[in-house]
Design a protein around this ligand. Structure first.
Ligand SMILES: Nc1ncnc2c1ncn2[C@@H]1O[C@H](COP(=O)(O)OP(=O)(O)O)[C@@H](O)[C@H]1O
Ligand SMILES: [Mg+2]
Length: 378
């Protein structure tokens, strides 16, 4: 235990932040339902704060508990009359509720914020920067690691520098595509088909297409550019999809790694790859299994590489590191997610469950890591 944790008396006040402005809004809402259902209420006093799609912060109620992605409309945080904000009042981090023509109401201090947000404005360092400015402790990666983990281009640059194997790819900026699309097509064709066309900074497979020939490229680029004007186009890798859940070590301990998990598309399913629908809507399109069946030496290798990837981007708290594992036993890193899917049935919690840490314990450990983090030394 470090000595610089805040002087908190139980219960510890945790603000969970969910929803948000990204296309993963609904997924984040379902995560909030899962966390609210599992968090230890004796130890933690939870303040649920929803972020509406327009960016407004609102106090949420227990209605969240019933949210799911199946059976009807996707859950959504509704904008409201009263806005919640995090204010830096007299050296503290206070929640304040303000409403037009009313005196702002203080909700008191929070000890730690748990951002259950995915994608831009949540997982990309922006909200982390806002929390830094208000001197608020928070769960998970900081500004830089979040930003690297959000950008599929810079993530590869960092991985390569750390000696990890990344697949062949082309990064395409807005200017590249606007000024010389023919050159982009030429560089992509040199990768060979199929290719995966991706917005550089999205998530949950949003805007990603698998393209089998040059004919489909422009349409896929147009689709990806609806999510981000910067793209990454990758050669298709043939291999199993194996993931590792990484949890920061306590104090100066090395990152902890889970058993490997595997994602396998169910044979004969119409999904060409692990797309949004397969991830969240149609649960039976995909098999998640943990531990993945692989030789022990390869398990050790992938765990080591996952911890290396975590440290390479400077992650904190949690990350899921995803690899392709080829028939020849090669590991090609696909991505790191600094705020991986975190519903009770998501891969990250499932991999920890299989490795001996259940969902409530995992939530507790993540909050404790944030409470014990050394801060204020920059
Ligand atoms: N280069 C690739 N080769 C083969 N399959 C890929 C490749 N890139 C992505 N995929 C497939 O698309 C899915 C989503 O891509 P990914 O880069 O992980 O996006 P996201 O960040 O949205 O999860 C992967 O889980 C995999 O099924
Ligand atoms: Mg992925």
């Amino acid at each position: 235990m470090t000595t610089d944790s805040p002087a908190t008396t139980a219960p510890i006040r945790v603000a969970i932040l969910f929803g948000g402005r990204s296309s993963e809004h609904a997924v984040s809402c379902v995560t909030a339902a899962g966390v609210l259902g599992a968090i230890d209420r004796d130890k933690y006093d939870v303040v649920p704060i929803g972020i509406a799609k327009n960016g407004q912060w609102v106090l949420a109620g227990e209605e969240i508990a019933g949210w799911s992605l199946t059976g009807g409309a996707l859950p959504e945080v509704a904008a409201g009359e009263a806005t919640v904000s995090l204010a830096h009042l007299g050296g503290g981090h206070q929640l304040v509720v303000s409403e037009a023509a009313a005196v702002p109401q203080e909700l008191g201090a929070v000890d730690v914020v748990f951002p259950l947000l995915h994608g831009p404005w949540g997982e990309d360092g922006t909200i982390q920067g806002m929390l830094e400015l208000s001197d608020t402790r928070y769960v998970g990666a900081g500004v830089l690691a979040s930003a690297i983990g959000m950008d599929k281009h810079y993530m590869k640059v960092v991985f390569e520098a750390a000696g990890l194997a990344v697949g062949p790819y082309v990064a395409v900026s807005d200017r590249d595509w606007t000024v010389d699309p023919a050159l982009v097509r030429e560089r992509v064709a040199a990768l060979g088909f199929p290719v995966f066309v991706k917005p550089a900074r999205a998530g949950s497979s949003m805007g990603i297409s698998k393209v089998d020939s040059l004919d489909g490229l422009d349409a896929a680029i147009a689709e990806a550019r609806r999510h981000d004007l910067k793209l990454v186009i990758e050669a298709g890798i043939v291999g199993r999809e194996i993931e590792i859940a990484v949890l920061e070590g306590r104090g100066s301990d090395a990152p902890r790694v889970s058993l490997p998990g595997e994602i396998a598309m169910v044979d004969g399913d119409h999904h060409a790859f692990y797309d949004f629908e397969a991830k969240y809507v149609q649960g039976d399109a995909v098999n998640l299994s943990c531990p993945a069946d692989m030789p022990e030496a390869d398990v050790a290798r992938i765990q080591e590489q996952a911890a290396l990837a975590f440290d390479a981007v400077g992650a904190e708290g949690l990350s899921r590191v995803d690899f392709f594992y080829t028939a020849a036993g090669e590991l090609v890193i696909n991505e790191i997610n600094t705020m991986p899917g975190f519903t009770p049935s998501s891969m990250y919690p499932q991999m920890w469950r299989a490795s001996g840490l259940d969902y409530p314990e995992l939530i507790d450990e993540l909050i404790q890591l944030a409470l014990h983090r050394k801060v204020g030394l920059r």
